[in-house]
Design a protein around this ligand. Structure first.
Ligand SMILES: Nc1ncnc2c1ncn2[C@@H]1O[C@H](COP(=O)(O)OP(=O)(O)OP(=O)(O)O)[C@@H](O)[C@H]1O
Length: 320
């Protein structure tokens, strides 16, 4: 907001940043519209070509193309940070229309794995194929199919929630009108309507998480990869999110998520992988992995059991 002093208008730094973003968003809208027109033209051309020869030889199926329902295929994924093998050869297969959970103790390699799957971190070895597109050979095709909620996501927090979601939508190539409609619907579903006009910097942790999740969903991706989506989220909002995810999955979408809540994983996921020290120690349906006990029992058993707490006797007397 400008402050008028006599005839001079002082424009604050925040105003000028927001004005720059508005300009940037207008440019993105124009670019998206141009790209859409080009795509439509290309599609019309392709239709004309494919409609012609009936007896043309069938295209060979690409070697790494998924079966009808395989949406994600991870093979031999590995990442070292110096001497630390954060991820030491992970295989994972995820079918469309399922919710798959990744659990593991702190430092087990969950975020590193998800970051490599989504193309945010380059693996030392291994392949990731998302619906037929190799994430590291054809990142644009693979990323188009994914919605991602990364860990410790840094947002443009000087934008309002509304601006941020709009920005996410047009960046994904959606027409401005569609984005506006979806922003309103997502905000209603996540209970963020009254916060949309506020700066993201002023959001609480849970609100930020919901906004990021809305941004990950806005282009209706085939695969959602969510790193701790329920962290800091209140139980009512968590129930809302679960309902949104269930409906998305019922319509053929797929979710890969990490969480420290065994209860939530048991309630929400179809299958689960337990990662310890960068390797998958157990995977399968939730019932298969937990066996006769609870998932938490299995987790504690595979993670090496509880450590004995010793040497904190000083904590039992007070310094005053
Ligand atoms: N950028 C990095 N540089 C160096 N080491 C890293 C880096 N990122 C992760 N690590 C290390 O890799 C290992 C796996 O970390 P990661 O964040 O993947 O674990 P996590 O399972 O997601 O843990 P948490 O449950 O605590 O979030 C840890 O030992 C961590 O210290």
């Amino acid at each position: 907001m400008g402050v008028r002093v006599g005839t001079v208008v002082i424009v604050t730094k925040a105003d000028s940043i927001l004005a720059q973003f508005d300009e940037h968003i207008a440019k993105l809208e124009a670019d998206a519209a141009r790209e859409r027109r080009a795509l439509e033209a290309a599609l019309r051309k392709e239709k004309a070509v494919t409609a012609a020869p009936k007896d043309a030889p069938k295209a060979k199926r690409p070697k790494d193309a998924p079966t009808a329902e395989r949406i994600l295929e991870v093979r031999g994924l590995a990442k070292h940070f110096g001497d630390n093998a954060a991820v030491a050869g992970i295989d994972l297969e995820v079918d469309a229309g399922t919710i798959v959970g990744i659990v593991g103790p702190n430092g087990a390699g969950k975020t590193t794995t998800l970051s490599m799957i989504t193309g945010l971190l380059r693996p030392d070895a291994g392949t990731v194929v998302v619906h037929g597109a190799n994430v590291w050979e054809d990142p644009a095709a693979a990323k188009r199919q994914m919605g991602v909620l990364p860990d410790r996501l840094r947002l443009f927090d000087r934008l309002t929630g509304n601006q941020l979601l709009f920005y996410a939508g047009v960046l994904r190539g959606l027409p401005a009108d569609t984005v506006r409609e979806r922003v309103a619907q997502l905000a209603a579903s996540f209970g963020l309507e009254s916060a949309l006009s506020r700066l993201v910097a002023d959001y609480s942790a849970g609100m930020t998480k919901k906004l990021s999740l809305a941004a990950a969903l806005i282009h209706s991706p085939r695969l959602l990869v969510l790193d701790e989506p329920f962290e800091s989220v209140d139980p009512v909002s968590a129930a809302n999110i679960i309902e949104i995810l269930r409906k998305y999955v019922a319509a053929g979408g797929t979710v890969l998520l990490s969480s420290h809540s065994m209860d939530l994983i048991e309630r929400v996921c179809d299958s689960v992988a337990i990662i310890v020290d960068g390797v998958v120690l157990a995977s399968g349906t939730v019932a298969e992995v937990r066996g006769a006990g609870s998932l938490e029992d299995k987790f504690v058993e595979l993670a090496g059991g509880k450590s004995t707490v010793e040497g904190l006797e000083w904590l039992h007397s007070f310094s005053d």
